[in-house]
Design a protein around this ligand. Structure first.
Ligand code: HEC
Length: 705
């Protein structure tokens, strides 16, 4: 434990640093005058500007090859790890699955406390993309976490004991929280997710001390006839048709990104996708559908809108604008401009004037076929028509995973580059002709079984992930690293001239920030999606990152080969700790006893599986590894199939009962499909398919315009 005197001093420095960060994102290093200088990672994006670029330079291009493990910590989870840890006064605060919080000695990895909000496990069914959490907020001795079931909880940073909690979503509704809360002055601001499940998006600000609600901003209007909760909704309502699918809530959840400019006194919020995706059924004859897929600039004191910019008017493809936003100063055409930069899912990289919302520039950062360009006069994308999928199947780039998903990027003020974890992918959009909103399931307007079948043949196109170094002034590529795996990791850059990123293949690597040359890497044994952070204690710089794959299996096509044990790793120069060994991947033995399979039943099971099971257990019953591969179910599981699927006997493990959607016959049909897949595991066709998934990386530009 650290002594009180030191804690007191560092706490003052951190409080000061948060204040000075407001004036200059880099000032906090300078305020720390006494050697050895301790440098924290106090806010989600390091600074309120969320640039994720650290001034620390002890680890640099010359010595990075000496990087070794300082310590590691097991999170006790085999599912997705997406958190950005905070480091304050020598304590590292991280979150893991089911919104659990860990406080560790950042120097040794020793556990100080843990907090489990005890999220009811059946809530897992409401999470589109795994039971992940992206981190905590810290303010004046308190830690704040949003729980998957929609609570905002304040903890004592020293002990982890609960100080207060507020229910920030309707109880029993279909909202979830996976994003990190943000500190904005005296407020804690939190959004929510659940866009596909029938929710109406909003963001709420609470008093950091008492938890009292200060304001709430809805991102989409309520059904006609309902009062407008705030004046902006009157404007928004004009962009929706009266026949909109009001029952679906319309989506627009603000599930991840925020940034804050204390000087301009603006809070920026990224708004998510629509519900359902298909605009022809969501708002027939409607307009832009504000404020879906928009960036909002709000006055933090009041929650009133100052400006908005919609990246994808009348969105149709799950093109969220919830991707990470960075505030920076750039010299553009001889003028210093305060900008906001974002690479939303839709494939463009945007530079906006963050005082006014004016679009400065937008260029393609990945393969795109739904729009040709963004018109700088109107600020609107020019659609090609390739993305109109209401009447026929369309292969759209980027697909639902986006050209850039939640993985944070970074901005290096010296190279002038933004390092973006980009994705290339194509998605078969099939309209569900019988679409009608159903509570508690994914309401995208897509035909899932059709999608599932088409995707089977897209899988070999392997959707590679990239580390893209982008020049935001010239709006062009500086360099790019292509990973041989579709799962990407978040980014950290440092004044040591380095860019750190992990990937789904289990590597964690450092690249030269100027050239992209790989200078160091280590095999963690587990895929890395989370963004790394860096901090300094007693004169030693550390790099920490969480490992563990999960999230959306649709993004996560590739299989992997280990037990996916979630861990936090911390590295330092000459670190000598041994990397923990990873276990083998589960599964591998088919125990299903063949029973006579009825072709029609298998077919029905295939469709039911696609609609209800594939998003967790993998397309075509081929798990990506983070949840059981049902083809390898034990005999006991097969015998208890109905009680697991309908009876809910595994609900405590996160496998909720499907009794509200399926009956015993349906469960049996799904089981028949799974058995059919299990028996095919060793067939030549399956082996070719498996080989293709693991080895082929055909260019995704094959359907380009
Ligand atoms: C929201 C995610 C999710 C969905 C959707 C889902 N499951 Fe599960 N399933 C789980 C989790 C979590 C487990 C337990 C994993 C563990 O043992 O830790 C599980 C376990 C199982 C098991 C037991 C496997 C074993 O080897 O222990 C079966 C069988 C199963 N699910 C069938 C289904 C079927 C059939 C569907 C579709 C009707 C389905 N699941 C949909 C999350 C999901």
């Amino acid at each position: 434990m650290r002594d009180h005197h030191r804690l007191g001093r560092s706490a003052a420095i951190v409080a000061l640093s948060i204040a000075t960060i407001c004036a200059s994102p880099y000032a906090f290093a300078a305020t720390n005058e006494q050697p050895p200088a301790d440098v924290d990672w106090p806010l989600h994006g390091l600074t309120a500007h969320e640039d994720r670029h650290s001034p620390l330079d002890q680890i640099d291009r010359e010595n990075v090859e000496r990087l070794g493990l300082a310590w590691s910590f097991a999170t006790g989870s085999r599912r997705g790890q997406e958190a950005t840890p905070l480091v304050v006064d020598g304590v590292l605060y991280a979150t893991s699955t089911w919104s659990r919080v860990f406080a560790l000695d950042a120097k040794t990895g020793r556990e100080l406390w843990r907090y489990d909000p005890k999220v009811p496990r059946d809530v897992g069914r409401k999470a589109c993309c795994d039971v992940v959490n992206r981190g905590v907020a810290h303010r004046e001795g308190r830690i704040y976490v949003g729980s998957l079931d929609g609570r905002l909880i304040a903890l004592d940073a020293k002990t982890g004991s609960e100080l207060w909690r507020v229910q920030t979503v309707p109880k029993g509704g279909d909202y979830t929280i996976t994003g990190a809360p943000r500190v904005v002055g005296e407020l804690i601001v939190i959004g929510n997710g659940g866009g596909e499940f029938g929710v109406r998006g909003y963001i709420t600000a609470y008093d950091a001390e008492s938890g009292e609600e200060r304001w709430r901003f809805y991102t989409v209007p309520a059904a006609p006839g309902q009062p407008y909760e705030h004046p902006e909704l009157e404007m928004a309502a004009k962009t929706w048709s009266k026949q909109s699918d009001w029952a679906s809530g319309l989506g627009g959840t603000a599930w991840d990104s925020m940034a804050h400019d204390p000087e301009l006194d603006l809070l920026y919020v990224g708004v998510g996708n629509s519900s359902p995706y298909n605009r022809e059924v969501r708002s027939p004859g409607g307009g832009d559908n504000l404020f879906l897929t928009s960036i909002l600039a709000l006055r933090p004191e009041t929650g009133r809108l100052v400006w908005h910019y919609q990246t994808t008017p009348a969105e149709n493809w799950d093109y969220t604008a919830t991707q990470h936003m960075i505030l920076a100063e750039l010299e553009i055409e001889g003028r210093k401009r305060k900008v906001l930069m974002q690479a939303p899912k839709n494939g463009f990289f945007y530079v906006l004037d963050r005082a006014t919302g004016e679009l400065i520039s937008a260029e393609k950062i990945a393969p795109i076929n739904w729009a040709s360009h963004v018109d700088l006069e109107t600020g609107r994308p020019v659609e090609t028509g390739v993305g109109d999928w209401n009447d026929e199947v369309r292969y759209v780039m980027p697909g639902v995973p986006g050209a850039h998903n939640w993985h944070p990027m970074s901005f290096h003020p010296e190279t002038g580059l933004v390092y973006v974890p980009t994705l290339s992918n194509v998605w078969p959009f099939h309209a569900d002709e019988d679409y009608a909103y159903v509570p508690g399931v994914m309401n995208t307007g897509e035909d899932w079984p059709g999608f599932h079948d088409a995707l089977r043949w897209i899988i070999p196109f392997c959707n590679p992930a990239h580390l893209t170094a982008w020049d935001p002034v010239e709006q062009k590529l500086a360099w790019k690293v292509e990973h041989d795996h579709p799962v990407n990791g978040g980014i950290l850059s440092t004044a040591g001239g380095l860019v750190f990123q992990g990937n789904g293949a289990g590597f964690f690597a450092a690249y030269d920030a100027a050239t992209g040359e790989r200078l160091w890497r280590i095999e963690t044994g587990t895929g890395v999606m989370a963004p790394p952070v860096t901090y300094q204690i007693d004169g030693v710089q550390y790099i920490a990152v969480l490992a563990g794959i999960g999230g959306s299996p649709a993004i996560n096509f590739a299989n992997y080969t280990n037990d996916n044990a979630g861990r936090i790793y911390a590295f330092r120069l000459d670190g000598k700790d041994r990397m923990p060994a990873s276990g083998p991947a589960p599964g591998g033995v088919v125990s299903a006893k063949p029973r006579p399979l009825d072709a029609e039943e298998v077919d029905r099971g295939r469709a039911l599986y696609a609609s209800h099971c594939s998003r967790c257990h993998g397309q075509w019953a081929r798990s990506t590894g983070w949840l059981p591969d049902l083809r390898y179910s034990s005999q006991a599981v097969h015998e208890n199939w109905e009680s697991i699927v309908i009876g809910g006997t595994y609900s405590g493990k996160g496998m909720a009962s499907f009794a509200d959607r399926l009956n015993a016959e349906d469960a049996r049909a799904i089981q028949s499909f799974v058995i059919e897949r299990a028996l095919a595991v060793d067939s030549i066709a399956e082996r070719v398919q498996a080989w293709a998934v693991d080895n082929l990386c055909l260019p995704t530009t094959w359907v380009a315009d």
